[in-house]
Design a protein around this ligand. Sequence first.
Ligand code: NAD
Length: 483
Amino acid sequence: MQETDMIDKRQFYIDGAWTDPKEGRDKEVIDPSTEEACAVISLAGPADVDAAVAAAKAALPGWMATPAAERIATVERFLTVYETRAEDIAQAVSTEMGAPIDLSRRAQVPLAVKHIKGFLAAAKDFPFEAPLSDASADTRILYEAVGVCALITPWNWPLNQISLKSIAALIAGCSMVLKPSEQSPLNAMIWAECMAEAGVPKGVFNLINGDGAGAGTRLSEHKDVDMISFTGSTRAGIAISKAAAATLKRVHLELGGKGANLIFGDADAGAVERGVRQMMNNTGQSCNAPTRMLVQRDVYDATVETAASVAKSISVGPAAMPGLHLGPVVSRAQWDKIQGMIQQGIDEGARVVAGGPGLPEGLNCGYFVRPTVFADATNDMTIAREEIFGPVLTIIPFDTEEQAIAIANDTPYGLSNYVQTADGARANRVARALRSGMVEINGKPRGPGAPFGGMKQSGNGREAGAWGLADFMEVKAVGGWAI
Ligand code: NAD
């Protein structure tokens, strides 16, 4: 693509207006299906970060004092605007991070709608102000905005994370600076346009683009930022926690995962195919993907065979192509990392039963990865321990329930695990024993408004629904409240 074809998006949304950077550096946004630049953005320098934080700080008192019902009404308006921009956002996500357009339309974009509706439902019943108890009626418990929030988000499910953070923050009465991933900034800029169109007061929502080392660190260290809400890698979560420590700001983290999918001998007939497809969805770029399939010995061979044939049946192609294929992974760096991990799996002795290194047949440009399944892995192999963040499944055999639980829990992560068995008592027992923030049994999703988040090195926050709102609030206890 010629440079002249590139969309120029070198602006930030600060204090209710699109403004030119004070000291930004140019960065091209690369379309991972073509490896060509599709837009140019600006990476914020310190003065840009400071301007966005100052706008949020100035807007905070007014927004905090706005009645909750008005804040909720603003979000309702936002939802209407967002739905009118759905196609623009779907196209942006598809181009900049490679989600096939149908996945973008039916999953990436609607996830935000689901979360907004979940927050609106939770907000209507939320106890913003309530007596402590009947016996202590003059002790009032007030939920108040945490303050100025910096929202730092990744590229893999961008609208999911942006909605979980910015809508909860809005309802809670916080003002905010969103710094989306520098790899997927375009959808976030449309999100900012929706904020403007919905009439969010100036300064309440601000957007800057930037990278982790620059803008991300500046926000984390900033004395006027009261809370960081971060979704991304465990590596960056640690860096942010350290940078934020000197100001003792709140740090809310949603990090990586290495989910186990426990397939017992009595699992339903669709369990293996479901597990493979769930793992491969979004080209394996989901923190809650069931990346380790733990399989009971009596169904092990049949499971490996099914998993391999499902993976081989999955096609791969450009994001603009309609259909249920896998798109590319997001970047050259991710492609290189995934290829390195596949090679490491082979070198450490796991057996490739589908896919493998290199580009899929028929594709010679774009960051495409072959849907890959490893069998006969052990839980100490690199492919079982580290997040690959690509379409690579690792299958590990087990004999007993206790052994399966031990393997599933033997990981630094604790985001989401999965259980497949016809024995309800066992399913519940295993769900209790798994050290993760979420568990799904027999393919049943968690209900609307259920909290999303992890334990251990998967983070400490809970997003969505009432838990997600509470994460952006302080609790104040007032004795002697006049009643
Ligand atoms: P990343 O951590 O590199 O980047 C995420 C965001 O953090 C980006 O906006 C980036 O600019 C910023 N960032 C990077 N380093 C930073 C630093 N030192 N200080 C401040 N900000 C910094 O992750 P990624 O590659 O964009 O996303 C993939 C990772 O995110 C995976 O590990 C995945 O598991 C995780 N993830 C977790 C969840 C969850 O909810 N638990 C959801 C999606 C993705």
